[in-house]
Design a protein around this ligand. Structure first.
Ligand SMILES: C[S@@+](CC[C@H](N)C(=O)[O-])C[C@H]1O[C@@H](n2cnc3c(N)ncnc32)[C@H](O)[C@@H]1O
Length: 247
């Protein structure tokens, strides 16, 4: 399901972005998310950033015409480098690997701490990203999960070192709506799942379960060398974690 030019995974992020705030979209490509937010959610201002000039041109194309001329800015550069500290309320980094998102946040961590929060949508290495965030003073307020074009996508809303009882955007992150799912040390499976995502999340866990079962059976078929035994044990741990979460 698509919402105009917005994919479902970006729509899910957009839903949780406050009206009347300012945002920067890092790796904006076509600028669809900032356009949607200005068009539908009356945010105050958006800064579209990309490391490559081609995507930034695409974003300018999306915004062609005078409609949002005073509300949008386009900046070439890597990560949050094109932004000043605290220049926007929230920063979106979507459609990139978790490792790259870590590099972007880590490059200038005091600048990263200066924003109110980050909407992150890692395509891979979600566990690497969650582990880094928790080690570096960020609170994961919410994880979400969507299924689109035969694939599962994960997203997170995180705030720098802020207790959860402080004011959060949109009233959508009420404690009662967030279900602490994952108490284990494995950060692959998300942590605080929003009520809206629970049924997809359970399907996602079942999908992961099938994946680890398949890997385990292939390893067993191949014969358990020392290396394979380690991998097989890791699969068993993952399966046991998933079983606890599914219950
Ligand atoms: C796959 S697209 C994602 C576009 C959009 N954010 C989305 O989620 O659909 C990745 C975009 O990130 C840009 N990009 C890659 N590394 C970047 C970095 N270090 N800083 C800023 N942009 C980057 C690429 O040029 C590309 O336009």
């Amino acid at each position: 399901m698509k919402k105009g030019n917005l994919s479902l995974r970006l729509y899910q992020l957009a839903k949780w972005i406050d009206n009347q705030c300012t945002i920067a979209d890092i790796g904006t490509d076509h600028g669809y998310l900032p356009y949607y937010l200005l068009d539908n959610q009356s945010i105050c201002r958006a800064i579209c950033c990309d490391i490559n000039s081609g995507p930034l041109q695409n974003a300018k194309g999306t915004f062609s015409g005078a409609r949002f001329k005073d509300k949008v800015d386009f900046r070439l550069g890597s990560g949050i480098e094109p932004l000043e500290s605290s220049e926007v309320d929230y920063v979106v980094i979507a459609g990139m690997g978790g490792g790259l998102i870590v590099d972007i946040l880590n490059k200038n961590i005091s600048k990263s701490y200066s924003f109110k929060g980050f909407y992150l949508q890692p395509q891979t290495e979600q566990d690497v990203l969650r582990t880094w965030l928790l080690k570096n003073g960020f609170t994961i307020v919410n994880d979400f999960c969507v299924f689109e074009d035969e694939k599962y996508y994960e997203g997170l809303f995180v705030v720098p070192a802020k207790p959860l009882d402080t004011e959060l955007p949109n009233g959508l992150f009420n404690e009662g709506d967030l279900i602490v799912y994952n108490q284990s040390s494995d950060k692959e499976f998300g942590h605080r799942i929003h009520r809206d995502s629970i049924s997809i999340y359970k399907d996602y866990l079942a999908f992961k379960r099938r994946k680890y079962e398949m890997i385990l059976s292939k390893l067993t078929e191949a014969g358990l060398s020392e290396k394979n035994s380690e991998k097989a044990n890791l699969c068993r741990e993952k399966l046991s974690d998933i079983d606890k979460l599914i219950q």
